[in-house]
Design a binder for this molecule. Structure first.
Ligand SMILES: *[C@@H]1O[C@H](CO)[C@@H](O)[C@H](O)[C@H]1NC(C)=O
Ligand SMILES: *[C@@H]1O[C@H](CO)[C@@H](O)[C@H](O)[C@H]1NC(C)=O
Ligand SMILES: CC(=O)N[C@H]1CO[C@H](CO)[C@@H](O)[C@@H]1O
Length: 557
């Protein structure tokens, strides 16, 4: 990314948008609002044909011919940060981290009414990744290129720059890109397993093929897609992504092959050897080690306890060093923020906070503490540290036009919920468009934070309570039928509107809700809103155990 910076200081018309204002949070931190806004940010980064449900209205359709020159349809996906290039490696990492956030804290997101939005954000990424993977051993890893893109300072809707697409294949491999995309597809398949089983299976098929491609045809993707070198060079190589892909495939499938892969290749690919203090779109070791530690603590090591213990030691090295209790600790700003680099430091803060948060919960489940060289840390202490990282850093951003870049005037388009690069080593932060090292946002800054915010918000309790009970049962034709009655109670202070419920594993008729396009359920025709403290009831009949009812979204008015 250094060359990127040089390029910028030389050019006169530069890219970015961004000005920003700290989000004033009177009286404590509103994690629920922060969660909503960090998900909303992804809508502003959308490329392609926008759906009617698009909430960020100033963003229009863009990149509608992406891939056409190469004979493929690559419309969709995300602009990863401030420019109009679609970079595959950070996009896939973003999808993986959003998925991990839902896998761990989906329940908390549901109780905030944000699960649906978070799933839509993942699907916007995976729909694109599916298009980018048209054959088992072909994966498109970039659309557009930084040099021509950065020469202009345009909105994507007005883009006139090259939209050439770049790919990896058997002769031009890219194990890091394919491994990360396999991880993204596998992680997302877990998210959609219950709500959209066919889509989940499709994602898994891509994940299997991509992992196979990554493993059999080894190479660094930026040697094949050389235009990515200046922007997203895979400095750590592909060994970490191979382990990361295997870990996610194991988590998604319980297939012993991937567990054995992690055990067999732990030493050769560095999973047991690398002690890291950084986790991000390039270097995934700490993420792999955290996942493997979870397999081990969850009793899923299946005979690989010894080697998985080595992974876990390295995961704990990461945690201890973030906490300042290890043998080699990360740098902090005077205010206590993890500091790694001048350019876009917050990406490392959000991703580390995520690992610390999930690890605190893994330790709690295993009834364990974290043992660091300078003392023992309990899971609540770990979580408190993660919280300390999130509290000072949440900011909201505004976007702008070419001619606005050097103006002091306000930006016309609010990029609500974006997490910018963040302050320097001394907590200084200059809120200027030209200072893109500190003010540029990125999708991979936000993605890990979804989980952390959902986890922190959960402490405040859900606003919608769902209770199911069997109200009667009878036998007909040798089968036992059950009538289930479900109450949905508004526990908030406000009125609930636009309730969107998902009911899965339902094998019979349902009364008292309206089925909506896309298969979800809303209020029945005779209810338009649910006032504070009130309940509605619906019923269904089938022969099985209760259906799964979850809240996808709602509005409080
Ligand atoms: C309900 O939520 C799902 C998941 O976000 C979404 O796909 C669907 O469009 C929503 N339905 C309505 C009517 O808003
Ligand atoms: C309900 O409102 C009161 C004050 O109006 C506030 O103190 C309280 O925190 C609110 N509770 C919830 C769950 O929003
Ligand atoms: C059954 C139930 O949880 N009822 C709650 C509904 O919400 C109000 C507050 O608005 C509570 O007082 C009730 O206990």
């Amino acid at each position: 990314m250094e060359d990127f910076m040089k390029l910028y200081s030389m050019a006169t018309t530069l890219f970015l948008l961004i000005g920003l204002v700290p989000l004033a949070l009177a009286g404590g931190h509103n994690y629920g609002q922060a969660l909503s806004k960090s998900i909303l940010f992804f809508e502003a980064q959308r490329s392609g044909y926008l759906p009617g449900s698009q909430r960020v209205k100033w963003r229009g359709n863009s990149g509608l011919f992406d891939g056409k020159a190469n004979g493929v349809n690559l419309v969709g996906g995300y602009y990863d940060a401030g420019d109009n290039v679609k970079f595959g490696l950070p996009m896939a990492f973003t999808v993986t981290m959003m998925s991990w956030s839902i896998i761990e804290y989906g329940k908390q997101m549901a109780s905030s009414g944000e699960l649906g939005h978070a799933m839509d954000a993942i699907k916007w990424g995976t729909d694109y990744l599916i298009k980018a993977h048209p054959q088992p051993h072909v994966l498109y890893g970039e659309v557009g290129d930084g040099n021509t893109d950065h020469y202009c300072w345009q909105r994507p809707e007005d883009m006139t720059t090259s939209r050439n697409a770049y790919r990896i294949d058997q002769n031009n491999p890219g194990s890091d890109l394919a491994g990360e995309t396999a991880a993204a597809m596998a992680a997302a398949s877990i998210v959609f397993r219950r709500y959209n089983p066919a889509y989940s299976r499709e994602l898994l098929t891509h994940a299997y093929q991509l992992f196979d491609f990554a493993d059999k045809y080894r190479g660094k993707y930026d040697s094949s897609i050389t235009v990515a070198q200046k922007y997203y060079r895979s400095v750590s190589g592909y060994a970490d992504e191979l382990l990361w892909g295997a870990a996610w495939l194991y988590k998604a499938t319980n297939n012993q092959y991937y567990l054995n892969y992690l055990a067999r290749n732990g030493d050769a690919l560095g999973g047991t050897g690398w002690a890291m203090t950084e986790f991000g779109w390039d270097v995934k070791y700490a993420g792999v080690q955290t996942l493997v530690a979870k397999f081990l603590m969850g009793g899923k090591a299946r005979g690989h306890g010894r080697v998985f213990g080595k992974y876990q030691e390295k995961a704990e090295f990461f945690m201890c060093s973030c906490l300042g209790k290890g043998s080699h600790n990360v740098q902090k700003t005077p205010g206590g923020l993890i500091f790694r680099q001048r350019w876009n430091n917050l990406q490392f803060v959000t991703s580390a906070s995520f690992l610390l948060t999930v690890y605190a919960d893994y330790l709690t489940s295993a009834r364990r503490n974290l043992h660091c060289s300078s003392g023992t840390v309990t899971p609540p202490k770990l979580l408190a540290f993660a919280k300390s990282q999130v509290n000072p850093s949440f900011v909201s951003c505004r976007g702008g036009y070419a001619t606005w870049y050097s103006r002091k005037a306000r930006d016309p388009n609010l990029l609500t919920g974006a997490i910018v690069g963040g302050p320097d080593a001394y907590d200084n932060f200059a809120d200027e468009r030209g200072n893109f090292q500190q003010t540029e946002p990125a999708t991979y800054n936000n993605a890990p934070l979804l989980g952390v915010l959902a986890r922190l918000h959960a402490g405040h309790g859900g606003l919608i309570a769902i209770a199911q009970k069997t109200s009667s049962s009878w036998v007909a034709n040798g089968k036992t039928y059950y009538r289930y009655s479900v109450t949905v109670n508004n526990k908030s202070n406000k009125t609930i509107k636009n309730l969107n419920l998902s009911v899965t594993k339902l094998y019979g008729p349902l009364w008292g809700l309206t089925k909506q396009a896309g298969g979800s359920y809303g209020f029945p025709a005779w209810v338009s809103s649910l006032p504070a403290g009130k309940s509605i009831e619906f019923v269904y009949i089938h022969t099985n155990s209760p259906a799964k009812v979850s809240v996808m979204s709602y509005k409080l008015v």
